[in-house]
Write a protein that binds this ligand. Structure first.
Ligand code: ADP
Ligand code: MG
Length: 317
């Protein structure tokens, strides 16, 4: 099968919301009136972001999910995507499952694949996603103000705990692993939350590199500091047993791959945010507050300041 047959068979689907989709030298996209185009790219590299034997259906899901997560964090509605692929070979059973996982999630969020690039090479998956948001309502990193509350969605650390198990750094029971693995393999982008937070959150980011690292980006951009409470961080019932161990604590504070949202909002919005969580069926937890200064201070349940020597995942450290 040549490159063009492969593209036709696995990556060409109708794109009614694009002026022109796959097949020409470029796609043509028209943003709705009053909206800015939100553009983001995320690449998954074999051996760095996933294990080479990863399930191709789940990989198709995750390749798009991590990009949708950036739209969520921006408060944008995802509309279109492009997909650049380097493949070691045209493995049809693999491609079948990968594209099924990709399109299942794309359909769920109304995202159309409008182009890409396909080449031979070490497995590498790169999506660029295009969404829409009124420019003034975009959830940027730089808007947090001292006094604002800091929130996170869902629970923290399950993806890192599942990864620690796969890497043999901890031994979870079959039941525990089954409960954590979806966070690692099938993250659910918080699109509905991002949209609901327009006009409410003062800043937002998605947690891809761990809470401390990603909250740190909000703090840097907002020229502020934060104080958070370890005991208030939302964890799953599985994580509750591990968070007292150094590895568990580390998963919660700086484990990557959770793809929950971390956001800030004025205290006056507290009740509204609780209401959004109830409406979406997604726990939203206030974990601390923004303060003047810089950096993030973490307190334990007794109010003692933790001395943390770790941050988030960094590729070149
Ligand atoms: P060009 O040589 O102009 O770059 P290509 O041969 O790379 O064109 O691609 C042909 C068409 O197929 C283009 O419209 C391109 O966007 C699309 N395409 C290529 N690879 C993919 C892919 N993996 N997924 C979706 N569309 C793709
Ligand atoms: Mg090309």
């Amino acid at each position: 099968m040549n490159e063009f047959e492969l593209i036709r068979k696995y990556f060409t689907r109708p794109a009614p919301n694009a002026l022109l989709g796959v097949g020409d030298d470029a796609a043509l996209l028209q943003v709705s009136e009053g909206n800015a185009l939100a553009v983001s790219t995320d690449m998954l590299v074999s051996g760095t972001h996933f294990l080479p034997d990863a399930d191709p259906f789940l990989l198709g899901h995750k390749t798009l999910a991590v990009n949708l997560s950036d739209m969520a964090a921006m408060g944008a509605t995802p509309r279109w995507a492009t997909l650049a692929l380097a493949l070691p070979e045209a493995d049809e059973p693999w491609l079948e499952k990968f594209s099924a996982g990709f399109f299942a999630l794309a359909q769920q969020y109304g995202v159309e694949l409008v182009g890409g690039d396909t080449t031979r090479g070490p497995l590498n998956l790169c999506v660029t996603i295009f969404g829409e948001v009124p420019a003034q309502q975009a959830l940027r990193r730089g808007g947090a103000q001292p006094g604002d509350e800091v929130w996170v969605s869902g629970t923290l650390g399950n993806a890192a705990l599942a990864l620690a198990h796969l890497q043999g750094r901890i031994a979870l029971s079959g039941e525990e692993f089954a409960a954590c693995a979806p966070a690692l393999h099938q993250p659910r982008p918080r699109i509905a939350l991002g949209l609901a937070l327009r006009g409410i959150a003062s800043s937002a980011i998605d947690i891809s590199d761990g809470l401390l690292a990603d909250l740190g980006h909000i703090l840097d951009a907002s020229q502020s500091g934060a104080e958070i409470n370890l005991a208030s961080l939302p964890v799953s019932s599985v994580m509750r047993a591990y968070v007292k161990l150094p590895l568990g604590e580390r998963c919660v504070l700086s484990g990557g791959d959770d793809y929950e949202l971390c956001f800030t909002a004025p205290v006056a919005r507290h009740a509204e945010i609780i209401g959004i969580g109830a409406r979406l069926g997604l726990p939203l937890t206030c974990i601390g507050k923004i303060v003047a200064g810089s950096g993030c201070i973490v307190h334990d349940a007794a109010g003692n300041r933790l001395n943390l020597e770790y941050g988030g995942y960094e590729h070149f450290r």
